[in-house]
Design a binder for this molecule. Structure first.
Ligand SMILES: Nc1nc2c(ncn2[C@@H]2O[C@H](COP(=O)(O)OP(=O)(O)OP(=O)(O)O)[C@@H](O)[C@H]2O)c(=O)[nH]1
Ligand SMILES: [Mg+2]
Length: 255
């Protein structure tokens, strides 16, 4: 049985680039991996998908056929994909591969919070999926932005209740001091609390401090892994984290 990694994250966080780069990195390290595109609306992909949902459902056709806007069409598209999931799964299973990397649609909330998406993910992964949640460093670089992203990732985790890692992508865009700052927040919550308090002393940060405390108590504010999909840096740490889960560190069966 293969390991299925779903790449999720806010629009533009780098899901498609990461998918292509991670498959490239895996293949150049002699691991078997294929790329699956689950975004029916994408017009350009920075990689060649081995299995492409657009062979089954195309967003632009749905918009035309049902007179829908892009968001309504994404919702209907997920239902139509769910209807054809057996064929998509069969196509994936035709590949004798160890890893399936799945690129997901840009509109995170339309994908992550719909029942049909949960069904699609369960079917593709035989209920043993893994989520790689991507964060954009330009959002994460402020204390409030960082905690907001942790909150968003936690809400995705609560939705799917599947093993997951947080990834801060595009680190090639950060200067050394910003990268160091982000790393210090992820390794030492005390620094993050302090910077959050000092960012703008207003009620918003009081709320975020309370949210951060809750996330830490629940244990969902896991230390992110840093990478650059563009420069293929840090991908070995992501592979190790996934490997640890799949090799028995955690029970992958959904609870
Ligand atoms: N500098 C840099 N840019 C990146 C990196 N990864 C992605 N990008 C850029 O970020 C932009 C968005 O990347 P995509 O891979 O399309 O992001 P996405 O999350 O798939 O976007 P949607 O599917 O539209 O939500 C593109 O301009 C990419 O070239 C990276 O590691 N470094
Ligand atoms: Mg994309």
């Amino acid at each position: 049985m293969n390991s299925t990694i779903f790449v999720l994250g806010p629009a533009g966080s780098g899901k498609s680039t990461f998918t292509g780069s991670f498959v490239e990195w895996m293949q150049s390290n002699n691991y078997n991996a294929i790329a699956v595109n689950l975004d029916p609306g994408t017009e350009f992909l920075p990689y060649e998908p081995d299995v492409d949902v657009r062979d089954y459902v195309v967003l632009q056709d749905i918009m035309q056929d049902y007179s829908l806007g892009p968001n309504g069409a994404q919702i209907l598209a997920a239902d139509l994909i769910a209807n054809q999931i057996d064929d998509i799964k069969k196509e994936i299973d035709e590949y004798d591969t160890d890893y399936v990397i799945v690129d997901t649609p840009g509109q995170l909330e339309l994908f992550a919070f719909r029942t049909s998406s949960e069904f699609i993910m369960d079917q593709i992964s035989d209920r043993k999926g893994f989520i790689a949640f991507l964060m954009d460093p330009m959002v994460a670089i402020s204390p409030s932005g960082y905690v907001s992203l942790l909150t968003l990732s936690a809400s995705v985790f609560f939705r799917f209740y599947t093993p997951f890692i947080n990834i801060i992508n595009k680190i090639d865009l950060l200067n050394d001091s910003d990268l160091l700052k982000l790393k210090s927040w992820s390794y030492d919550a005390g620094v993050l609390y302090e910077d959050l308090r000092n960012e703008k002393p207003n009620m918003n940060n009081v709320y975020l401090t309370e949210i951060l405390k809750s996330l830490q108590e629940i244990g969902t504010s896991s230390t992110p892994i840093f990478c650059s999909s563009k420069e293929l840096k840090g991908l070995e740490y992501i592979y190790s984290a996934i490997q640890m889960v799949y090799s028995g560190g955690e029970d992958l069966e959904k609870r």
